[in-house]
Ligand binder design. Structure first.
Ligand code: CTP
Length: 409
């Protein structure tokens, strides 16, 4: 049997990037031979094994045929007769379809190296269409390598467009889609992921609520970029420039969904979009079975981001309601993430990227003032149960009034 490194490990070595995980393909072996050598099988009928010592993945060379919709619809054909070239041709992109042996001899039948040099993401063959998840993968690679100058080949975009129009993306499981979306949002250029999905018509299929934001105007005085879709892309870009975590990036993507529902006659204003957007945010969250922390933050940012922007003008009582809604006493981190998302929103405006955001420190100070109200004196005064809660609120309100006066004096 022969063993080759394949996929990302070869690609990233040639790009001079660090290689994290290594996939290997094994040509000329059977499942029985692999088991006899101590390899551990992964899954039931998937010809992938883990090395007994290193734990790295070894897959038998295989061809793939499609027998139905979605992931469960795959049948794999692995046999010792399948050649390296036959295995590589069923892969997604030419830059992912190169193999190398221990001596670093490259097998590159589909010109991956040429495309690496030309900075092109190009599909290998029509077999690309066997897995619609690849539409998301290509957009994710575009987001990752945009800084190196990579773009998607026209013919690959055409294929991605056909796949999107065919309705095949609807068959993807929530888990597979979310894995791609969440990884793409954490790349250096997450806005490119959304842009590529939009350009090939996949955004309309996957997140029509986000797609609907393009072409929706906002008032030029606050939003020099005008278009809500472009604004959303800029907010995402800022979230990456400022190294925000996934929770914040997800909230940035969804914060303005309500603006897509505003009747045209009300444009460019979007009264109460914070509230109208909530059901859309909930729908997208549920569609991809998004982790709870991301779901929660997206909903809270959707509902309260304009509060964040107007922090310095809010009455002490409104400020208190905001802090209570975030349960800042038990969930301090979540409030920090809210502040970060608001700041990214403010910076995601054309020409205003560098403007300071004093609201951030003001909100932090308010949270500190509310948290510093001590419970002990109230207990000593005999407050219990719901009355204690009310007394605590009154004291916090007093503290916030004092804070507001001092901070805005
Ligand atoms: N692959 C594919 N189609 C998919 C998933 C994977 O063709 N839907 C192939 C590609 O050749 C890819 C390899 O399997 O390079 C390994 O896949 P994976 O580990 O998911 O991605 P990498 O290319 O290694 O990239 P990453 O750095 O994102 O892990």
């Amino acid at each position: 049997m022969q063993v080759y490194k394949v996929g990302g490990a070869v690609r990233d070595r040639l790009l001079g990037l660090p290689v994290t995980d290594v996939d290997r393909v094994v040509v000329g072996a059977t499942t029985e031979e692999m088991l006899a050598k101590g390899f551990r099988p992964v899954g039931a009928d998937f010809p992938v094994f883990l090395h007994p010592k290193t734990g790295e993945e070894y897959a038998l060379a295989r061809t793939e045929r499609k027998s139905g919709r979605g992931y469960g619809g795959f049948t794999f054909y692995a046999s010792p007769e399948v050649t390296l070239e036959e295995d590589l041709i069923r892969r997604d992109l030419t830059i992912n379809a190169m193999a190398e042996d221990d001596q670093l001899n490259l097998t590159d039948p589909y010109h991956g190296q040429r495309d690496l040099e030309a900075r092109i993401l190009r599909h290998v063959s029509p077999a690309f269409a066997e897995d619609p998840l690849r539409v998301l993968r290509v957009a994710r690679f575009a987001a990752r390598y945009a800084g190196l100058g990579f773009t998607v080949a026209d013919e690959t975009m055409d294929l991605m467009r056909q796949l999107s129009e065919s309705g095949e993306l609807q068959a993807l499981t929530a888990e597979r889609s979310w894995k791609e979306i969440s990884r793409a949002l954490m790349e250096d250029h997450p806005q490119v992921f959304i842009q590529v999905l939009r350009d090939c018509g996949a955004l309309k299929e996957l997140m029509p609520e986000v797609d609907a934001l393009f072409g929706v105007p906002q008032p030029e005085t606050h939003h020099p970029e005008i278009d809500t879709g472009l604004h959303t892309l800029s907010v995402l870009e800022q979230s990456s420039l400022h190294k925000q975590p996934l929770t914040v990036r997800w909230a940035c993507l969804l914060h303005d969904l309500g603006k897509g529902l505003t009747p045209e006659e009300e444009w460019p204003r979007h009264i109460a979009h914070e509230h109208t957007g909530l059901k859309l945010i909930k729908a997208v969250n549920e569609r991809f079975k998004v982790p709870k922390d991301c779901q929660e933050l997206a909903l809270l940012v959707g509902q309260y981001h304009t509060h964040g922007h107007r922090a310095l003008e809010l009455k002490a009582s409104t400020l208190l309601e905001l802090l209570q809604s975030f349960d800042i006493y038990r969930r301090p981190q979540r409030f920090e993430e809210f502040i970060a998302a608001c700041e990214m929103d403010a910076r995601g405006r054309k020409g205003l990227e560098q403007r300071s955001y004093p609201q951030a420190d003001y909100l932090r100070g308010a949270a500190k003032a509310a948290r510093e109200v001590a419970v002990q004196p109230l207990l000593e005064q005999g407050f219990k149960g719901p009355e204690l809660g009310e007394a605590l609120k009154r004291e916090r309100l007093k503290a916030l009034k004092a804070y507001k006066e001092a901070a805005t004096a």
